[in-house]
Write a protein that binds this ligand. Sequence first.
Ligand code: SF4
Length: 177
Amino acid sequence: MVGDVIVHTDIITERFCCDIDKCHGRCCQEGDAGAPVTIDEIAQIEQELDTLWPHLTATAQSAIDRQGVAYPDPEGEMVTTIVAGRDCAYRGCNGCLLRTKPLSCHLYPIREKQFTSGLTGITYHRWDICRDAVLKGQAQDIPLYVFQREPLIRRFGKQWYTQLETTVDQMKKQGLI
Ligand code: SF4
């Protein structure tokens, strides 16, 4: 537990560093649902839509026409619209077309979970398409929480991240990691 966030140990112990040259950002292209988005993020995408429109593919445009910029997944969580059951509608030739990437995309492969108790947890989502990121992270000895420093600060704040670093130091001193 760091502050009031449950942090899975994998986020501290596992190594990870995206290797876009190898994976080509496939996390935006594969999967059976879009990326989780908040109500504010949906509003931001709607505001950007006129500017984005000419850069979207025809299939992305018709998917958005049909169901809007986001839709509820089977668990009722709002996620970004996808095309052909897998590709993010906002993916362009050079990556994400959105001015501000949704937080869930920025945090990936860290995933956030809300518990019924009201607590928030973060876990490491393992996906085979990220295997080169695991190899690169191991070769360069980059823990996942270090690689994802910026999105973790975006989500929980600088003070929380410093608390996380202190927790990691303490765990090292106690020989826990
Ligand atoms: S999260 Fe995985 S698929 Fe996405 S850019 Fe990083 S290594 Fe590639």
